[in-house]
Design a protein around this ligand. Structure first.
Ligand code: FEO
Length: 384
């Protein structure tokens, strides 16, 4: 992948990983991006996951053509980017590590190697000249870990944005819809930290950016306003689109029927953006993405062991941990003898910020009847 004459891509695609971060399915894989800036002082921007070490080393050596790097900038210590710090430090003993106070505080937790004599500790706004290029560092704590920083290269106007603007999907995948997998990545991985992303966007707004080089996914060179606008919407927790997600947790299919009945009513009333998730079978991360994307949500759950059917509890716990807020939500419960799902769901929703709970609630006893259909219709109409 060509970035500029002096900035080379040396990252790697991972198309065999079963679960990214041991929790996210990535049908199109994921890329671990790493870059080299060739100048008087050769600078490597992050390493890659241990799963891609060999390919990365080979790409690195090819880019260096026999030279040695002077600096390694460590934007983020999470192992999908930092796993090879020790390796590259041992390969190039003259190379210095560029990071911030938190980077160097956490670094020894990951590596049994004393690199303290080889560090350049940078703070907000510091600059490092490497020849015709000048790197300027901006702290981005909690986007997505506390030590995260981004680097702005002034001469070519490149923002090395760490996890920001990253997406699932290998670089050679067929997926050309950036927003879909970028949104799923964003809400599931960085979603909790909207305020911190807003702070970073504010800093970025003061920079003239021509190219964004994230640590996952494609390098962005055109129409940067589109991506920045998406990040602004996502990190401010505003709904991106008008629409409805219906998520259900059904044991024997009866709660699922109620959810589908509800979906039919929305459809009949012209709701075009409508997504229905079976929380037992569909990708939870996709359901979380949809919950943040739309302005309204209907959740339907069976009662189980005097509580919620576990996948619904899991879904709502995920939403809470990702700071789900500013949405209207309706609940449908099912129970054969003592339905409590609506109360449990409502309790969890009330523990979140700015959630408007629809006044219409539906209780089904075992199997949906005509009266239940009428109640579901009323609930859907209250959500129009
Ligand atoms: Fe891609 Fe937070 O690491």
């Amino acid at each position: 992948m060509f970035i500029t004459d002096s900035v080379k891509y040396i990252g790697a695609d991972d198309k065999d990983i079963d679960l990214f971060e041991s929790q996210y399915v990535v049908p199109e894989g994921v890329s671990y991006n790493s870059y080299v800036i060739m100048d008087d002082k050769i600078t490597v921007m992050d390493t890659v996951d241990a799963r891609a070490t060999d390919e990365w080393i080979s790409n690195l050596k090819e880019a260096l053509s026999g030279k040695a790097p002077d600096y390694l900038v460590v934007s983020h210590l999470e192992p999908d980017h930092a796993a090879n710090i020790q390796k590259i430090a041992e390969m190039y003993p003259g190379m210095k590590l560029v990071g911030n106070a938190k980077t160097f505080q956490m670094l020894p937790q990951f590596f049994d190697l004393d690199l303290s004599e080889r560090t350049i500790n940078v703070s907000e706004g510091d600059e490092l000249s490497i020849g015709s290029h000048t790197l300027q560092f901006f702290m981005a704590p909690m986007v997505h870990w506390p030590e995260v920083m981004v680097t702005y290269e002034k001469s070519e106007k490149i923002l090395f944005s760490a996890d920001g603007f990253g997406k699932f999907g290998a670089l050679d995948s067929e997926d050309d819809d950036w927003a879909c997998e970028a949104r799923r990545y964003y809400f599931n991985i960085v979603g909790k930290y909207g305020a911190q992303v807003q702070a970073l966007l504010k800093k970025a707004s003061g920079l003239d950016i021509a190219i964004i080089c994230p640590l996952h996914g494609p390098v962005l060179k055109e129409d940067l306003g589109y991506y920045i606008n998406k990040y602004d919407i996502w990190s401010s927790y505003k709904p991106e689109d008008t629409g409805v997600i219906i998520a259900y947790a059904s044991i024997h299919g009866n709660t699922a029927k109620a959810a589908r009945e509800c979906a039919g009513i929305f459809k009949d009333n012209g709701v075009e953006n409508l997504e229905v998730f079976d929380l037992s079978r569909d990708d939870m991360a996709e359901a979380i993405e949809a919950a943040f994307r739309y302005d309204r949500m209907v959740i339907a759950s069976a009662t189980y062991d005097g509580g919620l059917f576990p996948v619904m509890e899991d879904f709502l716990a995920h939403l809470k941990s990702k700071n789900y807020q500013k949405r209207k939500v309706a609940v449908i419960e099912n129970g054969s003898w003592a339905p409590v799902a609506a109360k449990k769901m409502t309790d969890m929703l009330e523990s979140m910020k700015d959630i408007e709970i629809c006044e219409k609630k539906v209780t089904i006893k075992s199997v949906m009847k005509e009266a239940d259909k009428a109640a579901i219709k009323e609930l859907a109409e209250a959500m129009m």
